[in-house]
Design a protein around this ligand. Structure first.
Ligand code: AMP
Length: 186
């Protein structure tokens, strides 16, 4: 978990590679759907362009097949999920039903100034439609309102590790792995 621009995608792929498990990036699944040109895809694209969150029900439908398959094949890193308390509670219920549990919740901590600098840079490089100045500020606001409260939720369950994530990606990765290993050993 982490705000937009905190490096979830990069860290998610590095972790998946290291542990030989699937990397399920909810934003990527949504972008794939958005490019598919369906009516649903058009609605998703519009929601993302505005920097709002896609509805919880749809997110559940989208990730369940990917998660079920990955759970049968050794595990997964979920990147960008959950982003609301409703999603977190639904994920816990689904996990309990299938006897799956989260080992750890990694929170990538990056200052707002650094996030804005990164997202604006990414906008110039990749041209993502949700990296415009207006959308960036909305996405950060949505993160604060809807997602940040989950830190208390996961901290209360003893799953949360917080990583200072303004360093180079490889250094952040090393810290994430060290934190995961110590969590799993405890
Ligand atoms: P990301 O690639 O993780 O930055 O996600 C890009 C956009 O996809 C977000 O700004 C949301 O519009 C949407 N999105 C990604 N994950 C979720 C989620 N778990 N719940 C709702 N919307 C999401």
């Amino acid at each position: 978990m982490g705000p937009p621009g905190s490096g979830k995608g990069t860290q998610g792929s590095l972790l998946a590679e290291r542990y030989g498990i699937a990397h399920i990036a909810v934003g990527d699944l949504l972008r794939r759907e958005a490019y598919a040109g369906t009516e649903l895809g058009r609605q998703i694209a519009e929601t993302m362009r505005r920097g709002e969150l896609v509805g919880d029900d749809l997110i559940g439908e989208l990730i369940t097949p990917a998660v079920t398959k990955a759970a049968e094949n050794g595990g997964f890193v979920l990147d960008g999920f959950p982003r609301t308390l409703t999603q977190a509670v639904a994920a816990r219920q689904a996990a309990d039903l299938s006897n799956v549990d989260a080992d750890v919740v990694v929170w990538l901590d990056v200052s707002p100034q650094e996030l804005i600098a990164r997202l604006s840079g990414r906008s110039a490089e990749q041209g993502r439609s949700d990296d415009t100045a207006e959308t960036i500020s909305r996405r950060l606001q949505v993160y604060e309102e809807a997602t940040r409260p989950l830190l208390d939720y996961y901290s209360g369950r003893g799953l949360l590790v917080t990583i200072a994530a303004e360093k180079d990606a490889e250094l952040v990765h090393a810290d994430v792995v060290a934190a995961i290993e110590s969590k799993l050993a405890s």
